[in-house]
Design a protein around this ligand. Structure first.
Ligand code: F0G
Length: 364
């Protein structure tokens, strides 16, 4: 017996089919991704001031814990439609987790090329558990992506990195959701930038809904890079990118031009945040708003806070009073337990006695 459609058809292809390059011949490989919460942040709104309201698009609540699932449902569905037997990607971790999960569901083989020693533990665990063939490269993400391109040219394995245009098609649906939730596009959209696909996808989504009169306005796009991995900000390739936010440890982004266009046309900006600012924003968001994100995701919050403090490259003064601001947080905090552990205080043990506990927490 088939499950009822209303319970089954919940992924982004089901929700936004008419805006995506799919037909009824496309087998839909979905894990009910998308439809993630847009959470109002009273404390960030207060910090931004002038009645402007900040919302957090919590992409960590996708099935594999990051926004990559939106693109991967499209890329894997289209790969199956086109007859692929296997998929391959280079990744700083999240793309590989999503590729492995959707490939498992589709019955495809999956190969992931990862920079050795620079993948957060949770993401590595996912790739293994979903049954991908994991290849660690003695090099960085940019090296891995170059190799994937070469392998894609000479073998029938389908590339599911964001150089596959279906990926950005899927990812643009996050903008549709924001518009539907707020009733219009926000005035400003802030998000972390690594390989630069996501900011390009969001902008594409905003432009398409604007064109279709589903929104009245277009947002300014503000991209945030890690200071040690900021090729777009510095306008040059970074040969040896380095940051605690391993997800965005990228020196030569594939969608560089698309992202630069989005930033320029939207009259937005590109800024950098230090590792210290990233970790501080990660801790602040978790302990003030109850939203635990991985370091790369916290870059958007760190970038907004830097802008609020007037230290940023973007002038917040152009954002009107009472306007909406959206920050995308791209991946779940549990992806990177080692970073969380390094931030943790000492765990104090106590005998299993009430008085000992009250003494410990200072409530004697
Ligand atoms: N945030 C997270 C958690 C990511 O995993 C990535 C990219 C980004 C932000 C940046 O998005 O690349 O579209 O600019 N992760 C890729 C990966 C590179 O392999 O998982 P982008």
């Amino acid at each position: 017996m088939n499950p009822p459609a209303s319970l089954h058809d919940r992924g982004i292809i089901a929700r936004y089919r008419e805006y995506l390059p799919v037909s009824h011949n496309t087998p839909v490989i979905s894990l009910n991704e998308g439809s993630t919460p847009l959470i109002h942040s009273p404390k960030l709104s207060a910090r931004v001031g002038r009645g402007r309201q900040v919302y957090i698009k919590y992409e960590g609540l996708n099935p594999t814990g990051s926004f990559k699932d939106r693109g991967m449902t499209m890329a894997v569905s289209k790969s199956v439609e086109e007859g692929a037997r296997a998929v391959i990607c280079a990744s700083t971790g999240n793309t590989s987790a999503a590729a492995a999960a959707y490939a498992a569901r589709a019955g495809l083989d999956c190969v992931v090329l990862l920079p050795a020693g620079k993948i957060a533990l949770g993401k590595l665990a996912q790739a293994f558990m979903y049954g991908a063939r994991v290849v660690a490269i003695e090099g960085n993400f940019d090296d891995a992506l170059r190799l994937v391109r070469e392998i894609g040219e000479s073998t029938p394995i389908a590339i599911v990195n964001s150089i596959n245009p279906h990926r950005l098609e899927g990812q643009k649906t996050a903008s549709f959701e924001v518009i539907e939730e707020l009733g219009d596009a926000p005035a400003l959209h802030v998000l972390p930038v690594g390989n630069a696909g996501n900011i390009s996808a969001y902008w594409k989504g905003y432009c398409e809904f604007h064109e279709l009169k589903r929104s009245r306005s277009l947002p300014r796009m503000l991209g945030i890079q890690a200071a040690g991995a900021a090729p777009i900000y510095h306008n040059r390739v970074i040969e040896a990118p380095e940051t605690v936010a391993t997800a965005i440890r990228i020196g030569n982004p594939a969608s560089w031009q698309l992202a630069a266009d989005a930033i320029r046309v939207s009259q937005g900006g590109i800024d950098i945040v230090t590792d210290e600012e990233i970790l501080a924003a990660q801790a602040w968001l978790a302990s003030n708003e109850g939203i635990f994100v991985e370091p790369a995701s916290a870059a958007s919050i760190a970038g907004l806070l830097k802008t609020v403090e007037g230290r940023g490259a973007f002038n917040l003064g152009v954002i009107p009073d009472e306007a909406n601001i959206v920050c995308t947080v791209t991946g779940h905090g549990l992806k990177d337990p080692d970073i969380a552990k390094s931030q943790m205080g000492k765990i104090v043990t106590t005998p299993p006695e009430k008085q000992a506990i009250l003494d410990l927490i200072g409530l004697t």
